[in-house]
Design a protein around this ligand. Structure first.
Ligand SMILES: Nc1ncnc2c1ncn2[C@@H]1O[C@H](COP(=O)(O)OP(=O)(O)O)[C@@H](O)[C@H]1O
Ligand SMILES: [Mg+2]
Length: 157
């Protein structure tokens, strides 16, 4: 089997920013493995707004991501990574196992997020997000600075 340097891609952005869309492209173009906490929560029958359940799922997926990195995979985490501390932690831990680490930040203006979420809310099976919830998310979001972005590896694509 071909050996390559393992790589972790952190998808950073608010709901509607396009994380899942980008992640699916990386699956196609880099044979990456996509790990999406929202999908695992839904698949396990858990509430997407249950913070404790989300933390447990994210911990499990991070264990799995580390095993995948150890076998040389490109791993895409769709957690959203709103907090600087989460991004620092993943960057340092992935580098410690010899992986390159990309931070893919998807900055999108609020009006555009609202437009996309309104469209997605109408799709069958989607989890409905209100405009109010989206604004709460924005208040919690710590956008990466250029200095932080410079700490990561250059993107492959
Ligand atoms: N660059 C883009 N321009 C316009 N619409 C987009 C773009 N990227 C994603 N979308 C659409 O916006 C919605 C949210 O995208 P998605 O990838 O699910 O975001 P996220 O995973 O960050 O919540 C989807 O309906 C998707 O088709
Ligand atoms: Mg998504």
């Amino acid at each position: 089997m071909a050996h390559r340097q393992p790589r972790l891609v952190l998808l950073c952005g608010l709901p509607g920013a396009g994380k899942t869309t980008v992640a699916k492209r990386l699956v196609q173009e880099l044979s990456a493995v996509r790990l999406c906490p929202d999908e695992w929560l839904a698949g396990l029958g858990l509430d997407l707004f249950d913070d404790e359940a989300r933390e447990r799922v994210e911990r499990c997926l991070w264990q799995h991501a580390q095993a995948l990195l150890a076998s040389g995979a490109v791993v895409v985490l769709e957690n959203g990574f709103w907090e600087r501390t989460e991004r620092d932690e993943k960057r340092l831990q992935a580098r410690a196992v010899g992986a390159a680490v990309e931070l893919c930040y998807l900055p999108v203006p609020m009006e555009e997020l609202e437009r996309r979420i309104a469209l997605r809310n109408n799709e069958p099976g989607s989890v409905v997000l209100t405009a109010e919830l989206l604004r709460n998310c924005q208040n919690q979001f710590e956008p990466p600075t250029q200095a932080e972005l410079d700490l990561f590896d250059a993107p492959l694509l």
